[in-house]
Structure formats: C-alpha cells, structure tokens
Design a protein around this ligand. Structure first.
Ligand SMILES: Cc1cc2nc3c(=O)[nH]c(=O)nc-3n(C[C@H](O)[C@H](O)[C@H](O)COP(=O)(O)O)c2cc1C
Length: 189
C-alpha cells in the first residue's frame, strides 16, 4: 500500500472480530516497527505482547480503571451513550485477542528520558501503520498512564515508562474519518 494511503486510512478501532492474529505476523510487524530513529541511537523501546491469561489480567486492571472514569467523563461533558461506550471499551478493549504495550526505557536525565519517550513513540506509531498495512486494526491508548505502575508490575517490567497500549485484531467497525482540525504549518523564510 502506498505510504500516504496507510497514513490517511489508519483509524483508531475500538471493536474487533474474534479472528485471532497469527503470532508470526505480529512478531514480524513488531520487528519491522523497530526501524525507527532514536535519540543518540539508544533504541530505548520495548514492546510487550499480552495474550491469553496476561490479557485477562490486563482486562481486570482495565475494568477497575473503567469504574473510575464515569465522573471525569461527565465533567468533560460526554453524553450517556458516549460514556457507556468508552467505559465498555475499557472493560473489554473491543474484544481484541492481543494487546501490545509500547514502553520507553527510563533515563535519569530529564532530557534523555524525553528523547527516549519520543523515540519509543516513533516505533509504536511505526507498528500502528504496519499493522494497518497488514489488514489489522489498532487504537493507541494512553488512558492507562494513571495505572502505569500496576501495568508495568503486571508485565514484570521495571525502569520503563508507558508510551501507550493498543489492542490488535481484525476490525469490526469502520468509524468516520475525523477531519484535520487545522493546518499548523508555519514557514519562516
Ligand atoms: C497519544 C495518544 C493517546 C490516545 N489515547 C487514547 C485512549 O486512551 N483511549 C482511546 O480510546 N483512544 C485514544 N487515542 C486515539 C485517539 O482518540 C484517536 O487517534 C483520535 O480520535 C483520531 O482518530 P483516528 O486515530 O481514527 O485518526 C489516543 C491517540 C493518541 C495518539
């Protein structure tokens, strides 16, 4: 697929068919995603794939988080339907059979840590695009930052920060394309 098509057509998908994603496909996409640039070439990323009982543990954590979301969503003026969709989505992650967590190695220096997060985010986004090209669907989520510690514990990982998690599966919805809000392009000559 042409790169521009991949960029434009990738959508955040929150409902998946039950079709499992082959492990070798997921593995090859994640390996390709690592071809991202990185600050000082530290390559500070880590991907963790959660399936089976690991995914069930994540869903238990996620369901707890969902319970605490209603009031903040009300405060953001989300209507009843939207709130119940968002909370339901956090409870089952759209029925996806695989979840990928994108992590960034923590550095003591704030500047280096920042560069690591950006570098890991570049690799994570590579994965989202590659997954879309392969006919899979994803949804980058940072809603778990508030339970980052528990999530890292659940994965058995230390010394990292969470860049995001994404469910991965075959799409069972085709959401409308959100138009670009504005063009933030500045030319200084
Ligand atoms: C850094 C980041 C964090 C996001 N966090 C969440 C999230 O926690 N939950 C969620 O449902 N979607 C999340 N999204 C998805 C956005 O809502 C989505 O990208 C946006 O609505 C545009 O839709 P599109 O991805 O289909 O173009 C996140 C996206 C990004 C890039």
């Amino acid at each position: 697929m042409e790169l521009e098509r991949v960029l434009r057509d990738r959508r955040s998908i929150r409902k998946f068919t039950g079709r499992p994603v082959p492990q070798d496909l997921l593995d090859s996409l994640l390996r390709k995603a690592l071809w991202a640039p990185s600050g000082m070439n530290r390559q500070p990323w880590k991907f963790v794939v959660l399936r089976g009982s690991a995914l069930q543990k994540l869903l238990a954590l996620s369901s707890g988080l969902a319970e605490s979301m209603d009031e903040p969503l009300k405060a953001q003026k989300f209507n009843d339907k939207m709130r119940s969709f968002i909370i339901g989505y956090f409870k089952n992650l759209g029925g996806a059979g695989s979840v990928v967590a994108g992590l960034s190695r923590h550095e003591e220096s704030a500047a280096e840590d920042y560069a690591n997060v950006l570098s890991a985010a570049a690799a994570f986004y590579n994965f989202l695009l590659l997954a879309h090209e392969a006919g899979l669907a994803t949804c980058w989520m940072t809603g778990y930052v508030s339970v980052e510690k528990q999530l890292l514990n659940l994965m058995g990982v230390q010394g990292h920060r969470l860049v995001g998690i994404t469910p991965v599966g075959y799409p069972d919805q085709a959401p409308p394309v959100p138009p670009r809000k504005h063009e933030d392009l500045v030319w200084l000559e």
